[in-house]
Design a protein around this ligand. Structure first.
Ligand code: AMP
Length: 540
């Protein structure tokens, strides 16, 4: 028997209209470096309609991709709403990707239009000639004339394109399973892989993250959205805020500790989300320049493990509660949140809060050993985390990397244990990557780049703990017999091969890289040698 319930579709057009009507006066503040420029949900929705008209005129139909190469600001929010609501697909381009990866993802997604921040034009201009499907570039917050377009590409000014257009749009009916947005993840080896979110997955994710046991967002909150809108959909905060009426403070490109402290003082947000590196930097800044930040009722920290000392510092010195969360681009991204169960207090509550958290109702989880068998949730047995649910990807765009899925579950590449009451603690990573300041560095790509040097016989890269960035790469090099090379020379050699922020500063020279029984680099042994202080490391 079927239910009698209406099969009403969860669409982002409805989210846009709902937010504009119910929370029309709710504010969106974008930091300018000295104060904020302000708009409201109502205005954002009107401009989203104008943007949709403009995009239609530029030939955006059906599920065509519209890329964004933007900081967190009101214009990016307009794209977040307009593009999916008109039935097209928002593709958030990660501005920190290595240039070749950037052109790869724009070509792979077949972006037709890209909206670019004026401040990012120099970075974008270099790659534009390689972007084969881009026909229009729209420059927001900057001078469109500053971009020299290759033939076949037209450049527009965002404001001129919107001006005078109707402030309403006849938003189409959309199947809730259709694509709304996409984001590439460049974590593991090989080319970045596209994760495609649906209208339905975004709605369900937004509803759940507002819930009491997750972010607890309400219409009296003011959220400082630091986590980039180009990485993992800004943890879903823009859509959740629009749904629930949480006002937003968007930091634009001002992500250093001093401007973040200024934004806090000026805008007094009640809530914020960012990776540990941002919070660590802010903590140091505040310790040197004390400021009351107790208006923050809570901050979410995720993307990398939150150091307990930092959690205590915010709580004990600044009266700000830190909520640890785990997630992935593939999981929309909120996967688990570390709120202690009711009744846990004192030390016991802290032990829960250090974990990567408990899964919400719509995230199914299991741990699997090397043979593919499930291991128990006993708080001791370790396995690779696999997850399943309506906002967890079941494949990658174009069918890349089918090995990442196991009987319909996503293999996360994260290794850990789960307590009987469902709290996850990550202990290791099965994937060979380094997470530095919230962004990925592929160790294999670095190894290949270093091994391209004629004096290098072998190079293995591991992630080593770093106070500021969480992790940084350490390169272990075996020099070819009869050759000589220094760490400085190797770093120089990498300069045009990897992104600047990925250039390793930690180097060690070894007589051989330890190998597993099947001849692969044994990084566990290398990590252990480093942890025991057995490697002689040069820090450049
Ligand atoms: P991304 O898709 O770039 O957001 O990266 C997701 C990955 O970041 C996860 O699979 C983990 O390896 C790592 N990660 C995310 N949150 C945490 C956390 N709270 N603790 C440790 N690692 C994390």
């Amino acid at each position: 028997m079927l239910s009698t319930m209406q099969d009403d579709q969860l669409s982002l057009a409805h989210l846009l209209q709902y937010g504009a009507r119910m929370h029309g006066d709710t504010e969106v503040a974008t930091w300018t470096g000295s104060g904020s420029r302000r708009t409201t949900f109502g205005q954002v929705a009107k401009r989203a309609a104008q943007l949709a008209h403009a995009l239609r005129e530029l030939g955006v139909t059906d599920d065509q991709r519209v890329g964004t190469f933007m900081w967190n600001n009101a214009e990016h929010l307009e794209c977040y709403l307009a593009v999916p609501a008109m039935g097209a697909v928002l593709h958030t381009l990660n501005i920190r990707l290595f240039p070749e990866q950037l052109t790869y993802v724009a070509n792979h997604a077949e972006d037709h239009v890209v909206v670019v921040d004026g401040s990012l034009l120099p970075l974008f201009a270099k790659q534009l000639p390689e972007m084969k499907t881009v026909r229009h570039v729209i420059v927001a917050n900057g001078d469109a004339a500053a971009l020299e377009a290759p033939s076949g590409v037209t450049v527009h000014s965002y404001e001129e394109l919107l001006a005078g257009r109707p402030e309403t749009f006849d938003w189409p009916e959309i199947d809730e399973r259709s694509a709304a947005a996409m984001c590439y993840t460049s974590g593991t080896t090989g080319d970045p892989k596209g994760v495609v979110y649906s209208h339905r997955s975004i709605w369900l994710h937004s509803m759940q993250i507002c819930m009491t046991d997750m972010m607890r967002l309400t219409d009296s909150d003011r959220a400082l959205v630091i986590v980039p809108m180009f990485h993992a959909m800004s943890w879903g905060m823009p859509y959740a805020a629009f749904m629930i009426g949480t006002s937003m403070v968007l930091p634009d490109r001002f992500l250093q500790p001093a401007p973040i402290a200024e934004i806090l003082a000026a805008e007094k947000p009640t809530f914020a989300g960012a990776v540990p590196t941002i919070w660590q930097g802010l903590l140091q800044h505040l310790d040197a320049n004390p400021q009351d930040i107790s208006h923050l009722r809570e901050v979410v920290v995720g993307g990398s493990a939150a150091p307990p000392a930092m959690m205590h510092a915010f709580e004990e010195r600044y009266n700000v509660s830190v909520l640890h969360a785990w997630g992935m681009t593939e999981t929309s991204p909120m996967g688990s949140v570390a709120r202690p169960p009711s009744g846990a207090t004192g030390e016991e509550a802290w032990r829960y809060r250090y974990t990567q958290g408990r899964f919400p109702a719509l995230v199914k989880a299991r741990l699997v050993d090397d043979e593919g068998n499930e291991v128990p949730w006993d708080g001791k047995s370790v396995g690779e985390l696999e997850v399943k649910g309506p906002w967890i990807t079941g494949s990658y765009y174009g069918g890349a990397d089918p090995d990442k899925f196991h009987d319909g579950w996503l293999r996360t590449g994260d290794v850990g244990r789960i307590t009987p009451d469902g709290y996850l603690t990550l202990t290791d990573r099965a994937k060979d990557v380094i997470k530095s300041g919230g962004e990925w560095i592929s160790s294999v790509d670095l190894e290949n780049a270093v091994m391209g040097h004629p004096a290098v016989a072998e190079a293995a890269v591991i992630g080593v703990p770093d106070e500021k960035w969480g992790e940084r790469p350490l390169v272990a090099v075996v020099v070819r017999e009869g050759e000589q090379v220094t760490a400085e020379e190797l770093r120089e050699f990498l300069r045009d091969k990897v992104a600047k922020w990925q250039l390793p500063e930690n180097w060690t020279f070894v007589s051989e890289v330890p190998k597993t029984s099947v001849g692969k680099f044994d990084k566990k042994r290398l990590r252990a040698a480093h942890a025991e202080g057995k490697l002689d490391v040069a820090h450049l």
